[in-house]
Design a binder for this molecule. Structure first.
Ligand code: SF4
Ligand code: SF4
Length: 240
């Protein structure tokens, strides 16, 4: 499943101010079933996980991820690899082996956070949905009652949302390229390297400009986003 399909695969919308019930714990017969679904990563997810695992983006992508290109939009996506038993590469018998740095969509579950962008006004609208296709999940509809904000805070989503919102500028800008450019392999590779293999990209880019890699992951991704938006603009200008 690609990034776009994943975003579109949401269920029942939760209106602001309303609540939902959810509780997950070891011992449930469904424990780990949710970790057999596709997990699409954002650049900030990769930044946090590669730091936790003391590696760089290039090694992380090669060891733990698969990449694909959305057939419709042409935008590259990165997903966590599955093991032979179809579960996530990080799922162990005790649960998630990288729980502290688990990615945004695992933190959000059972919510799906969807951002809509209005090209005319430039405004964004954030909606939350209770994910569908999770009828195996025994935790849905049980346990404590959560408001969306409290659930996001409990799961440490603040920094992820801030960084992911910056990243979203890139697919939105990419979407405006002509069809032939969106489906040009060289353009797709350039975007993939800049956005997801950022450590490698920075090392190469640093030779051509004064930019050094910011130590803070949020600052680093904000710089990557700004460079990538510039690349998208230059690509559109050069090929038009
Ligand atoms: S309750 Fe839901 S989230 Fe928890 S392990 Fe079961 S399927 Fe996964
Ligand atoms: S990263 Fe952790 S929580 Fe997310 S799917 Fe993999 S094992 Fe499950």
């Amino acid at each position: 499943m690609t990034w776009q399909q994943n975003v579109e695969d949401f269920g029942e919308e939760i209106e602001p101010g309303s609540t939902f019930r959810f509780e997950c714990h070891q011992g449930l017969s469904c424990f780990g079933t949710c970790c057999a679904t596709d997990v699409t990563l954002t650049p900030y997810d990769i930044a946090c996980m590669r730091r936790h695992l003391d590696t760089d983006s290039h090694q992380f992508l090669s060891a733990y991820c698969v990449t694909c290109v959305d057939a419709l939009t042409g935008f590259p996506s990165v997903l966590l690899k599955h093991k032979e038993d179809s579960t996530c590469i990080f799922l162990k018998s005790h649960g998630c082996n990288i729980y502290q740095s688990r990615p945004s969509c695992c933190r959000n579950y059972p919510l799906a956070r969807v951002i809509e962008h209005d090209d005319k006004s430039g405004k964004r609208l954030t909606r939350y949905y209770l994910q569908r296709r999770a009828d195996y999940c025994e935790g849905l509809g049980t346990g404590p009652e959560w408001a969306i904000d409290a659930y996001c805070e409990q799961n440490g989503l603040g920094p992820y949302e801030k960084a992911n919102d910056i990243f979203l500028q890139i697919p939105f800008a990419f979407e405006r390229l002509p069809f032939s450019l969106k489906h040009d392999k060289e353009v797709q590779t350039m975007i993939y390297q800049a956005v997801f293999d950022f450590d490698n990209f920075f090392e190469k880019y640093a030779r051509f400009g004064p930019t050094t890699i910011p130590a803070d992951d949020y600052e680093m991704l904000a710089t990557v986003a700004s460079i990538t938006l510039n690349l998208i603009k230059r690509t559109a200008d050069l090929k038009s």
